[in-house]
Write a protein that binds this ligand. Sequence first.
Ligand code: SF4
Length: 443
Amino acid sequence: MARSYYIHTFGCQMNESDSQRMGEALARAGWQQILAPDAADLVLVNTCSIREKAEDKLFSALGRYRLLKAQRGTRIGVAGCVAQQEKEKLLQRAPFVDFVLGPDHLDEVPRLAEQGGVATDFLDTEEYLFPQADPETSRGRATAFVTAMKGCDNVCSFCVVPYTRGREVSRPYAELVREVASLVAVGVREVTLIGQNVNSYSGGCTFAELIRRVAAVPGLLRIRFTTSHPMDLSPELTRAFHEVPQLMPHFHLPVQHGADSVLQRMRRKYTIAEYERRIAELPRDLSLTSDIIVGFPGETEGEHAQNLAFLARTAFDNLFSFLYSPRPHTGALLKLAEWGEIPRPLALRRLGEVQALQMARTNERRRARLGGEVEVLVESPGFGRSRENWAVHFEGDAAVGDLVRVRVQGTSLVALRGAQEAVVVKAPVFEPPARRRLSVVNA
Ligand code: SF4
């Protein structure tokens, strides 16, 4: 009987994509995925270390899986950013874990599952091969992630990613375009190009050229990408937003703070004036979203006021705002005593102010669509995303992969609600789902 595995994925789209690649490697070695951990022979936890809270979640999940191990000998593996950050130390803290693997070793998961051990060294740029996606995994789905690059060469002082994901490596464009074509052939209509700093892509062409090459794949309806650094927003990429119809009008461009002095301590390499100049060139109907860190070390009331003023004058469609979280191996942690830690109650008050401001704006922008139409790519029955990447729940009989027009009848902070008006493009007829279907559970 085939052995079974369960993957528990924390964190970002890169992790979701890595979980798929590890699932495919396990499937090639004869393992079968199950969707609950209780009966699994192997539990693999794919981790995130962007904030302390994410790390805490890993250890509470491991506490639960430890009981399974005691009851039925389940093997336990830890992958992702905490694995890379902690390496062998993770085995000291959680000795019941059988193996630890970093993001450069996804294909080794079947070997490690058998033998145990630690694989966390970074491969040289020349040696690194991007794991190839198995298109069968995406058969019957409307959307897929496609890895464009990995790692990050920036040194933002709050961020552990350069330490956990290593230097930037871009995937050759021909290989990537081939993967997109193979996904379209099994019914995928939208791809999201992913990388820690995706718009600094350099796999044989610029990122804007990559988008144009991907857009030329017949049958592909939509392209998105994430995540980007403002300094790598080139005029060419801005032009692509104006000229490439498949490139959706949504751009997640993390600004992190609205005060230049904080941006400098964060080592973000731009000023607010530069950020504003760049976004002013983007199409007017584009939905801009961003990240903000509140309570960064040394943040004064004056800097917080500048942050609020910037947010008030910038038409972000949505904002992901977080409290600063000290991370190991980062510049800000080294300077914490010098710059001064912001007391939690004060940081929470400021976060509340940022969120209240943005919530009002997001609500207002959603409500402005009431009564109008949005174009939705159907991801599951009655659910899809608009061109701006808004979640849309609708009544209607459209199939997965159809592109439909939906009349908006209600809104909330997280989604629009409406009724299907018409099918714009029918989904291709799918063959029956392949035997090896994978899906992952997010926390
Ligand atoms: S650009 Fe900065 S925030 Fe983004 S992954 Fe690199 S170091 Fe982290």
